[in-house]
Design a protein around this ligand. Structure first.
Ligand code: NDP
Ligand code: BG6
Length: 513
């Protein structure tokens, strides 16, 4: 949600915690929201969606009248659903005292309906139950498709049937993957638009709901010290890094059909890139921001094979423990060439970014878990202090790091005189460490996105033309990789990934941060 405008006085008169509290939803007594989690028996629903809904309830952000329905084929009673959901709910650390009472209240508003995904009849039964709860109020409905993509359209067809009989809105949150290339994505969009208009479709990319990704525009557009530097004139390269220290454990079946490029790069990292690189939008309105993002994506060159390195993790034994390789998973074919790691260099052909490499790196089963944006600045021209750093001249450039997770932080590496009588310099960090600066727990991305969908705020959701532009960049490369069955470079589980990634960076005079 957009923070309130500060009309008079300086922003320092409002504390960070107050900013949060001011943005609560206005409560409307005449309307109700029914939230149906389709695929409620699944992993994402349990892990993320129900906990996020509870967190919103806990923070008093849900409308006064709301009902939550789980829908899936599994047979479950309301109380079995509540029991399942209750195991994953947690409370904010700073407000624990009311926790169990709030959980009880929340669970009372959760119900379950079992049905097939392609049965209009079963959705009519669901509709009847929803109506009982909605009564005579304006009935707004949100469907969350937390199901495999091959059944999205069946559900949308059935769920949208009742929309015309309602006096409120109907919205559908669609989870990734949105197809696996330009053609299948366009087919999905066409399919969805048989039953819904674009404004009803909320394509989720949960990285857009992460606190530091949301903060990117604030950092850039509201601080005079950054925006003037945000171009090829001062920035040498930008790195977008995603790494996980675990493999595809349990999701190998899904993953093998997609691979890391589709799973992380084409969506999460590319969305961050678009936000990072876009021109100043006319306003903070959703369409203005999304227009700018599309422009950046359309200014980019489709990825070239020579600018990409792919890898796949192999088994590794460390300290007596053997970590399985990707193809050791029973749901993955033994001869799979699906990449679990990729590094790529992308370029934006516009006046601001001409020639600046945007390097992406994403991998599973690496040595660490992190998501970061690293901005490496150019050398200071005619640097007076050259030679005062010891041997490594590269150290003399500034670097801005936006650590999206874990342990959120924004820090700027600057050159600094080491205190003492001599003239020796080192690099130190100007550090905004979130845990030290803000006492409030950072909300999960799904909380922000669910709240936005309920409020009809589309800024953080992907518009269909953005999606088309994103797929156009990756589809030719993905086809080439698959047609030529290009073998990924193997890297040991828990390592830093294939060395090829370093050669790729070196080709553009870049060193990974
Ligand atoms: P699941 O595989 O757990 O599926 C969710 C539910 O869908 C299952 O409980 C099952 O319910 C039903 N289902 C599963 N397979 C089929 C099938 N072949 N045909 C019909 N119904 C089926 O998925 P997740 O919860 O992991 O993910 C849901 C969606 O979110 C997917 O699109 C996924 O790509 C996406 N996603 C998931 C993430 C995660 O961390 N899990 C992260 C990001 C996106 P029942 O049998 O009871 O009907
Ligand atoms: C999902 C991917 O979109 O994002 C997963 O499908 C990945 O493979 C996950 O693990 C990472 O999300 P987060 O929020 O844990 O960084």
């Amino acid at each position: 949600t957009t923070p309130p405008k500060v009309e008079n006085g300086s922003p320092s008169e409002i504390t960070p915690d107050e900013f949060e509290d001011l943005s609560l939803l206005s409560k409307n007594d005449d309307s109700t929201v029914s939230i149906t989690v389709v695929g409620a028996s699944g992993d994402l629903a349990k892990k993320k969606i129900f906990p996020a809904l509870f967190a919103l309830y806990y923070e008093d952000c849900l409308p006064k009248h709301f009902t939550i329905f789980g829908y899936a084929r599994s047979k479950m009673t309301d109380s079995e659903l509540r029991n399942m959901v209750s195991k994953t709910l947690t409370c904010r650390i700073d407000k624990r005292e009311n926790c169990s009472k709030k959980m009880e209240e929340f669970l009372k508003r959760c119900f379950y309906h079992s049905g097939q995904y392609d049965s209009e009849e079963h959705f009519i039964d669901l509709d009847k139950k929803l109506k009982q709860h909605e009564g005579s109020r304006v009935s707004n409905r949100l469907f969350y498709l937390s199901i495999p993509p091959n059944i999205f359209l069946d559900v949308v067809k059935c769920a949208s049937k009742s929309a015309s009989s309602l006096n409120g809105w109907t919205r559908v949150i669609v989870e990734k993957p949105f197809g696996r290339d330009s053609e299948s994505s366009a087919a999905l969009t066409r399919g969805l638009k048989q039953y819904l208009v674009e404004d009803q479709i909320f394509r989720i990319d949960h990285y857009l709901g992460k606190e530091l990704v949301e903060n990117l525009s604030v950092l850039r557009f509201s601080n005079l010290v950054f925006e003037p530097l945000w171009s090829r004139q001062y920035i040498r390269n930008v790195q977008l890094i995603f790494s996980e220290d675990f493999g595809t454990e349990g999701r190998g079946g899904y993953f093998d059909g997609y691979g890391i490029i589709r799973d992380i790069m084409q969506n999460h990292l590319l969305q961050i890139l678009a936000l990072f690189a876009m021109e100043t939008p006319i306003s903070l309105e959703a369409e203005d921001i999304r227009n700018e993002k599309v422009k950046v994506l359309r200014s980019m060159k489709p990825l070239q094979l020579e600018d990409v390195v792919i890898g796949q993790y192999k088994s590794h034994t460390k300290g007596g423990t053997t970590y399985p390789g990707y193809t050791d998973d029973n749901t993955v074919p033994k001869d799979s060439v699906t990449p679990t790691f990729a590094a790529a260099a992308l370029f934006i052909n516009n006046a601001r970014w001409d020639g600046v490499p945007f390097l992406m790196k994403a991998g599973k089963a690496l040595h660490t878990k992190r998501a970061e944006i690293r901005v490496q600045f150019r050398h200071v021209p005619g640097n007076l202090y050259k030679g005062s750093f010891g041997t490594d001249l590269d150290r003399a450039t500034n670097e801005l790091v936006i650590r999206v997770q874990p342990d959120e932080a924004i820090y700027l590496k600057i050159n600094n005189k080491i205190p003492g009588l001599g003239m020796r310099l080192d690099r130190s960090n100007l550090n905004l460490h979130y845990a030290a600066r803000y006492s409030k727990e950072i909300p999960d991305a799904y909380e922000r996105l669910l709240l936005d969908a309920i409020e009809g705020e589309r800024r953080l959701f992907i518009r269909s033309d953005e999606l088309d532009a994103a797929w156009s960049l990756f589809t030719p490369l993905l086809k080439e990789l698959e047609e030529k069955r290009i073998a990924p470079e193997l890297y040991p589980y828990g390592s830093r990934g294939p060395v090829g990634a370093h050669y790729l960076a070196a080709k553009y005079n870049v060193r990974w941060g």
